[in-house]
Design a protein around this ligand. Structure first.
Ligand SMILES: [Zn+2]
Length: 272
């Protein structure tokens, strides 16, 4: 049974994972449990969002939007990488989730189907932690390096605490039956990786990699990449290092005689 974190425990797991935190005034008592008569928990997953606005912290933590009272997430994540605590209880962020996608995160399956309303729905606010990450969501606004790094750390902190895999990490677009598109947009970089486009697949791989290390680990140095289905040496170079120019370097470093890779194979990626 995954019981929701107390406010103190919530802060503690984030700080242990190297996340800079800030406490929004009144956050420990701000929740939607009493108003809805529905208690938060048990918790089974994390749902990630972009705010689709600027200076959204007050909106997420306190004021809400017309028809949707705050808190609108448990954490607001600023461009600077600071996580502001908004609630440790029920929050209005996930809305209705499709049953089929809900089950895929609950059961941590390797793939996650597109949300199908026909499969039925569950109230995502019952069972999911929500993170609102500051970004316009216009496909142009960039997630800075520090923000993405903190985002990975926050999701990892939940997984580490509850013993979840990265397959418990969802994007709103993967669960919503209302056609949500968040999160999306360009990322400045992560570790040694240059600019790339946000995707939940990559994000989960980054959480999974972090989970293999201690909470004090920082990405960026020479590291090991585990080959997944569909990878080619070229795609690993492009996705892991940000461009294809490092292709030959990976090949040399690993003494590879051909481009053929097998699932599970470990590659050492060069330092930048
Ligand atoms: Zn959302």
């Amino acid at each position: 049974m995954a019981t929701p974190l107390s406010p103190d425990a919530f802060l503690s797991i984030l700080r242990s994972e190297g996340v800079k935190t800030s406490e929004y005034a009144g956050w420990r008592g701000r929740e939607r449990d009493a108003a809805t008569g529905k208690a938060f928990g048990p918790v089974h997953m994390v749902v990630n969002h972009h705010t689709a606005g600027k200076n959204s912290r007050d909106t997420v933590a306190k004021t809400g939007v017309p028809g949707l009272p705050a808190p609108l997430a448990h954490i607001h994540l600023a461009k600077s990488g600071v996580a502001t605590m908004c609630s440790a209880g029920r929050a209005n962020h996930a809305g209705l989730m499709a049953q089929n996608s809900y089950r895929s995160f609950l059961n941590e399956t390797a793939t996650h189907p597109d949300p199908s309303k026909a499969s039925g729905t569950v109230d995502g606010n019952d069972c999911a932690y929500g993170i609102e990450t500051e970004n316009l969501g216009d496909g142009k606004d960039v997630y800075p390096h520090a923000q993405y790094d903190a985002w990975v750390r926050i999701n990892t902190a939940f997984c580490r605490h509850y013993g979840w895999s990265a397959e418990s990490v969802a994007g709103h677009l993967e669960t919503s039956v209302e056609g949500k598109v968040d999160p999306r947009g360009p990322v400045e970089g992560y570790g040694d990786r240059g600019r790339f486009t946000f995707s939940m697949g990559q994000f989960r791989r980054d959480v999974a990699e972090r989970l293999k290390h201690s909470a004090s680990w920082a990405p960026g140095a020479e590291r090991t990449y585990v080959v997944v289905k569909g990878d080619t040496l070229w795609s690993v170079a492009v996705h892991e290092l940000g461009d294809g120019a490092r292709y030959a370097e990976i090949k040399t470093l690993n003494s590879l005689k051909s481009d053929a890779l097998s699932v599970g194979q470990k590659l050492t990626l060069p330092k930048k």
